[in-house]
Design a protein around this ligand. Structure first.
Ligand code: GDP
Ligand code: MG
Length: 218
């Protein structure tokens, strides 16, 4: 049996990831239709989660640019699949948020179908980072997303966001509860990352994890 990689990174990995993510990141395109996706010619990682969970902020935090993903957050864009290129080596993909209470049913369906089609069919997708608000933990709408990913056998890694908003002992409690909740899920990576895009908490480790997962070298 191989040991699960539960988040120990060497100084060298952390430093290599810092260098990689300091390289230029650019907005490639926002896609509203599955036919518009860029050619699958680079490894991709995708960020999914409820709207407002912190997907765009996490992407900005990882690349150290305040406005990269936010700039694409004009009305409409949050319902597209947004692609960001990191130094021509990989793409970061900002998926439409789920759990939009106010959107019409047909709109919800349209962008959820797009996210689903992307997740199911993307040959270059290395992993989905499924974001969960650390103040709330897994909610039923999140559990539905996990069910769908497990069913489609799409590998995902849970990332707790906004950890600056809770105390250190609460962080550990929600991390452990989340880890326990995913322990029997087949497509779940056996670790839970704790992050704050605002304070930079957990970002060096997440960069290192992404580098491992994609196999990208500097
Ligand atoms: N305190 C705090 N707020 C955050 C953090 N990440 C995101 N936010 C805030 O949460 C809101 C939603 O973030 P956004 O990245 O747009 O979420 P998205 O809809 O998932 O892309 C914004 O007001 C952000 O400033 C964080 O790490 N800490
Ligand atoms: Mg967003």
């Amino acid at each position: 049996m191989t040991e699960p990689e539960t988040g120990a990174y060497s100084d060298e990995e952390i430093e290599a990831a810092r260098v990689l993510f300091a390289r230029p990141a650019t907005f490639v395109m926002g896609c509203a239709k599955i036919e518009q996706l860029p050619e699958p010619d680079l490894p991709e990682i995708a960020f999914a989660g409820r709207s407002n969970v912190g997907k765009s902020s996490l992407i900005n935090g990882l690349v150290g640019m305040h406005k990269l993903a936010r700039a694409s957050n004009e009305p409409g864009r949050t319902r597209e699949v947004n692609f960001f290129d990191l130094d021509g080596k990989m793409r970061l993909v900002d998926l439409p948020g789920y759990g939009w209470a106010k959107a019409s049913k047909s709109t919800v369906k349209q962008f959820q179908n797009l996210g689903r089609d992307y997740l199911r069919g993307r040959v270059t997708l290395k992993r989905v980072y499924l974001l969960i608000d650390s103040r709330h933990g897994l909610k039923s709408v999140d559990t539905e997303a996990l069910d769908a990913l497990d069913l489609a056998a799409v590998s995902y890694h849970i990332v707790l966001t906004k950890a600056d908003k809770i105390k250190a002992h609460e962080r550990e409690a929600v991390r452990e509860a989340t880890l326990k909740a995913i322990s029997k899920r087949p497509a779940a990576f056996p670790a839970v990352a704790v992050t704050s895009a605002e304070k930079g908490l957990g970002l060096p480790e997440l960069r290192a994890e992404i580098m491992r997962t994609t196999g990208v070298q500097i």
